[in-house]
Ligand binder design. Sequence first.
Ligand code: GDP
Length: 368
Amino acid sequence: MEHPENDSQYSGLAVNSGVAQPPQVNPYLKARRRKPLPTPGELVEGILKGDRTVLSRAVTLVESTNPDHQVVAQEVIEKCLPHSGHSRRIGITGVPGAGKSTSIDVFGMHVLKQGGKLAVLAIDPSSERTKGSILGDKTRMEQLSVQPDSFIRPSPSAGSLGGVARKTRETIVLCEAAGFDNIFVETVGVGQSETAVHSMVDFFLLIQLAGTGDELQGIKRGIMEMADGIVINKADGDNIPRAQLAMAQFRNALHLFPPTASGWTPEVKCYSGYYGLGIDEVWDMIDRYFKFVHENGYFEQRRNEQARYWMFESINEQLRNHFYHDPEVEAMLGRYEARVLDNRLSSFVAAKDILDFYFRKNNFSSNK
Ligand code: GDP
């Protein structure tokens, strides 16, 4: 028999007629209209009232790459600017595992107890790759995340460091306009992002651990040089003597660094984020720093320098985008690259040809 399964003794194998499956997408969903985009005026009004939901929506627009969203976002930022600037901006860095989340939770609660309002932002250009597991996960800051006076926002999703950093800087403006008078900007202390954070904060705090060498912690000398304060975490239990030793070593190392532009001598402290020990001392250092730089005028100076830096950064970013996103330029780059790699053309001539083409195309006169 050709198809033994059709024999009556195998009746169990008979195939029943199918049952229609429901559609995978809920048909009623279509009836739900998308919320219309709020107007800049509505957003600004909500932000100035300190409404965190409106603030969150505005930040989403700042982070969006949709040009319509960007138009609204830029108008909101502009209207919020006159209400911004009155906060302490504190950058916090340290390698993964140094205790940033734990520390931000306790430092943040300390700030709130003193009557402040706190926004915690992050810069992590790799966040798409790590799916936000390093930074920005609200559950990492258990106490803070349920406080009405705190606003925790994960890093804008991955992109160029400059792009991610610019969005965070714009978010600072919105948070300040919403009345947050303390801003923490967190970053992982392993790469370039510290420079970006440094360029938008007033005080830069480096969290270190005792018992591992500098190299092991992946902290580059440049990052230590940027720090206004170095704090050694996990100074608890058996770890206390090691933390104290590390404190002495860091103090010695700092002596070898050139004097800071602020005139402030960076300090080194020990604390335990987990057990809440030494938090007052760390915060006292930060209070003294702010008093010091307000008195000697460095506070204003640093903010002005940062404003200038970001103006040039924005110009550079937009020029780069305009150039590299031009389809003809992209095609040319591919062709020229191959010729340069084959030694058929010098890098300089290749660059000049492509730029000349780009300038001509945009009716700029190329500078010779
Ligand atoms: P992050 O990756 O820098 O954000 O570090 P976490 O805050 O997630 O901390 C990493 C680990 O160190 C966690 O298991 C914490 O419980 C632990 N930890 C953080 N602070 C302290 C501390 O002060 N003392 C001790 N003993 N452990 C800590």
